[in-house]
Design a protein around this ligand. Sequence first.
Ligand code: SAH
Length: 359
Amino acid sequence: MPQYCNTMITEYWIFDKSQKELEEYCVKNGFKKYAAEQIMRWIYSSRLFDFSKMTDIPKLLRKNLTDNFNAALPEIIDTQYETDTCGSSKKYLIRFRDGGTVESVSINYKNRKTLCLSSQIGCRMGCAYCETSGLGFTRNMTSGEIISQILAVENDTGGRITNIVFMGMGEPLDNIKEVEKSLDIISNDKFIGIAPRKITVSTCGLLNVLSGLNLNEYKYKIAVSLNASDNVTRSMLMPVNKKFPIESLAGLINGKKPSIHNKITIEYVLIKGINDGIENAKKLIKMFSPANVKFNLIPLNKEQNSIHLKNFERPEDAEVDNFKLKLAKAGFTVTVRFSKALSINGGCGQLKAKTINSR
Ligand code: SAH
């Protein structure tokens, strides 16, 4: 069992080190470069968090690591569980070494165990329909904090996560360096080993970062939260649109080489009377091609007494069906995400990192 940590931060936190950084550390301290991979295999593949028990590395290095590194997982300070006939969801409130907290949600349906990861403490994108944005922004998460959500949850459940979605708190492209550093370890089959095609990075459309990702070659799945079919509505819902308007975002998406296996997903939160009309669906049909994108419709999730979302309502199911049908008839693949974990406020856009007592 790993120990949990709430002591002073005096040492390196092992989860924050990339393979290259750990190799440099080993060499600098007179050990072989390949020891870094051995250490990381123990940590991420064998889940051994005690350096003194890493039997295939030199004793001196084991002592060096014990003296200088901390391998304590962040603490799970609260959980909420929901189950139905198809599966279960569990929401975790996780606390890091500086006291910062985030929520992560594990969703177990059929053979999939998906973990919805947070990438920032709070968020600075200010989307009007999202509870996280009501928190404001505290700080970026480090790569180790991102990865350790997986380790802490797996340590709790005993099973392995099969799929990752960056749809928790924060905007992953606003913290791209740490997100990509974490993905190097998460997707490396010597370490955590979740295949890139099972990892989705969801963005509000930070075009300056998105355009630098080389979408044609990008190995992870990309989902873009569009949520409107015109600039006026999108700017009202998502302030990021004032900087990167819808036509430039659509231009970038449409410029990606069509690919059956790695289409971009357009996420579209349906909000009653705001963006859920058939005229909106028609505009989307004009804007995109079924060869390039698929749609994921998300009827708005809203806590009953939400102050932040007081002006927004979820559409009726019939409205959602009509919208779906319109897009499907135009040839698009369309799924409707009836978010799991709603009874525990663990649905998309509901993560606030509050303890049960302060909810
Ligand atoms: N910042 C990223 C990832 C976090 S949001 C992004 O914007 O994509 C993850 C998903 O939840 C997005 O598709 C977002 O549109 C959706 N979402 C946010 N608030 C929601 C709400 N109240 N109801 C339903 N979906 C919501």
